[in-house]
Design a protein around this ligand. Structure first.
Ligand SMILES: [Zn+2]
Ligand SMILES: [Zn+2]
Length: 155
């Protein structure tokens, strides 16, 4: 049995419509993929920038060998009171000086303010650094700080 030309024509049109629809969907998917690729690219760029920033700060920190405030050479043992601490702005100070900045602020702060981090201005660029108490005032340091003060009084 043969199909009438009309049936063939309708079937053909319907097939063409289906094809167009599929092509349109494919195009939409391609556009979606292109959009996602662009987003990935942007995220990769942001990551690259963040990595660069960290590296620059690391280099800055490693290039400096002594605390610019007290001129003591940095020591890299965690227990050292001259272990370098880097502010968000990239400036680095020894733990002793950072603790002193914290103590000064903390002593002047109200009871309520002491519950939150202290707002410390970088002595060089005045950018605000938020310091939290337990991070900087560990007992080990307090003991050493006390010993140091005692020794200094004796000299
Ligand atoms: Zn210092
Ligand atoms: Zn700074």
């Amino acid at each position: 049995m043969s199909l009438s030309p009309l049936v063939t024509d309708t079937a053909l049109r319907s097939a063409e419509r289906e094809k167009k629809k599929a092509e349109h969907e494919l195009k939409l998917q391609e556009e979606e993929i292109a959009k996602i690729m662009k987003e990935i690219e942007a995220e990769e760029k942001a990551l690259e920038n963040a990595k660069k920033k960290v590296e620059t700060q690391k280099e800055k920190a490693e290039g400096v060998t002594e605390c610019p405030l007290c001129c003591n050479p940095y020591e890299h043992q965690l227990t050292s009171i001259y272990v370098p601490y880097q502010f968000e702005c990239g400036h680095t100070f020894c733990k002793t000086c950072v603790n002193k900045m914290f103590d000064d602020k903390n002593n002047a702060a109200s009871e309520d303010d002491r519950k939150g981090p202290m707002r410390i201005e970088c002595p060089f660029c005045r950018k605000i650094e938020y310091l939290r108490n337990p991070k900087y005032l560990n007992p080990e340091y307090q003991i050493m700080n006390h010993t140091l003060r005692t020794l200094l009084r004796l000299v």
